[in-house]
Design a protein. Sequence first.
Lengths: 145, 309
Amino acid sequence: MTDETVLARLLSNPLLVRVCRIGIGLVMLAAALGKIGDPAAFSSQIHHYHLMPIAAENLLAIALPWIELLAGLALVLGVHARSGAWLSAAMMIAFTLAVGTAVARGLDIECGCFGTADATHVGGMKLAENLLFTGAALVASLRLR
Amino acid sequence: MTMSVNPGGDPDKAGVLRGAALIVLFGALLGIGYNAMGLASRPRHGLAWIKQPEKLESLESLQAPAPGSTSASPGAMQSEAGMAAPGPGEAAAATVSATPPTKSEPAPKKDEAAPKKSEPAPASGAAAKKPDTPAPAASKSKPAPDKTGAGASAQPKPAGENAAPASTPAASAQAPAAPAAAPTAAANLPVIPDVTGPLKVELATFKKLYDAGAVFVIDAREAEEYTDGHIKGALGLSYNDAMAEPDKVKKLDPEGRPFVVYCSGGDCELSMNLAKLMVENGKRKVLVYEGGFPEWQGAGYAVSKGANP
């Protein structure tokens, strides 16, 4: 048995996939609820990244938290769980890139990852946390055997 | 790497993608619906669909009405998040609709009889913007431009009888030494309305206030840029530092003078962001000089080099 096969078997362990789905689902729900409560603050946090046109910042702040909410619910409830997991993985990759570029540009800004519920600034720890969540979301997106 | 999880491809792929698209669609619709309800409710609490770049009301435009009637528009700049209420210690100031820079101790009327300087008449905001405002050459007789960098640690002093740099970062960085403002300058100074948000200020008006020592100047750029060159007498307080340690903002003591915050001009938003942060921390009378250091330096006005003393 090659190392690749061992890793594949390990990652596709149904229990691990389910745990990752529940875990990422809860993370998504927490992130969504922290943003839905104060979209203005979230819009401001998006602005600090300087990664998108100002005109689009409010639209993202309006829609993104609800998409996170539905993705989180899908994962936790197990309804369209893989769809929620894929979506979560895509969002986590985007968030990780945003945090990475912010760190690379030397910005010292609030992450905004959990809206106003978490005032953590971007940095190495936040980047590592995002990478961990991204990995978990990718595992959660695997098909259960 | 081929995972043994999905031998021969993923038969569910289309369904998964369809599900993801539905989540995005319904999520976006929910968000839009929720925001629409917020916008329709009273009081409104939704976000504008299209975010507009924040525009500050200018100090000059607020000079047009008679000073007595200036109850300057209450929200010079209301961000969507709203501005924090003034700090407890500033409650008294909030009741004043418009006051001249409080550092100017002499009453304006008393000064009117005093000999005028070579400064242009004060004026309404429109006049302040005119090109006949202190030209670099004319004003060089005031605060002598210090581009040598040698004065980095020296406290800016008024050159001759004129103009003291507005703010002088004291060693404690809390109470810049009060400049020896000539009493005559006070009469010509624009009124700084006590509004709840930052106002922008043009170079000419800023220069008048600066020359009179009636402002507390803050450089919102990073420490390295400040060290390379800054408006003489300005205190270096980068926006990033201020965000990391809001106490630095709270401890700022302008001794009754308005603040003027600047950065690199152009697209630089550090001064705007710092001004908002200051207002959120209870500071009042915060002006943003959008021209920034390049415009000031280009006009040949006083600059210094070196780190914060």
